[in-house]
Design a protein around this ligand. Sequence first.
Ligand code: KIV
Ligand code: ZN
Length: 391
Amino acid sequence: MTDKLIIFDTTLRDGEQAPGFSMNTAEKLRLARQLQSLGVDVLEAGFPIASADDAEAVRLIATEIKGPVIAGLARCDRADIICVAESVKPAERSRIHTFIATSDLHLERKLRISRDDCLQAVIDNVSLARTFTDDVEFSAEDATRTDPDFLCRVVETAIAQGATTVNLPDTVGYCTPDEIEEFFVNIIERVPNSDQAVFSTHCHDDLGLAVANSLASVRGGCRQIECTINGVGERAGNASLEELVMVTQVRGDRVPYTTGIDATGLFAASQLLSELTHEPVQANKAIVGRNAFAHEAGIHQDGFIKDRRTYEIMRPADVGVAQSTLVLGKHSGRHALKQRCAALGVELSRLELDRVYRAMIELADRQKTIEDSDLSAIIADVRASASVGAA
Ligand code: KIV
Ligand code: ZN
């Protein structure tokens, strides 16, 4: 049987932290409903200690959203953990997600505490979190730049104190895929109680490797992936949920895992996030971008018309996109033009098609794409000048 990956969505926490992506409580609840219908396993609803609004949003989501585990983020700090515990309390199933940085760089320069202080904070706070819920996730921030011997001690301690999920983030998106796979293999092998927790990966996209690194982490032994819609998140963002899900669907032969995600809701979730944050989705974004199922070059259009599989590895409907589009532009060919004219209810003779094609290419040199209205005007023009010529 194929293993199932736990999809931990952090759009409303790591994603919402990114500049330009903040949402109010009502907007967060709308997105949470969409994530619920997508079927995410864990929904990180926010960082309650950050503000009263954040705490209220997490509480509302915990009250309204049934199905996913509702998680809230807390530093390894008593007040943070109590705040999360209160915020997620109404949920059917709740998780406290507590984190502390473990790399020397973060300990010395940011937190200004020793490794021993860090270990003590893990002991105190993971055990405190366990007094509220039996679902506790511990994250070692900047794990991939942490001394492995110290990280093993931290992870062993967190599990001994009751952490049921251990997340080892590539906080600054520094790893390469082979490196992060080795990293997880090594930690899981060396930590004596590693079999008592689910290992989780949380990859940032600073080098554009977040999805590749997440998949490599799965090869290294992780069974939970932390990701976001449209890959939003701090700086260059997190691993993109839609890309991860579709890799498992399209390339199950190489990535033999399932997810509980209903992929047909991916486009709607992407659009909703963009609508709520007023942040457009990059046109060439894999899976959900405007160009993901658009073809402009003549050779591609010709192949696509004959058999869509020549240039598409999934159907638009698989991810909730209505249909592929043949964009008319300066690289387009006569096949696509003829098809678009037919869709407009216009049958062109061979000579007309030739004239319309030339006029279209001329116009496309001046403007990026040819809309239906442009095409109708060109057809009318060509026909009018033909009838003047004939008169
Ligand atoms: O990137 C990171 O390290 C995080 C942790 C707080 C989980 O977002
Ligand atoms: Zn992060």
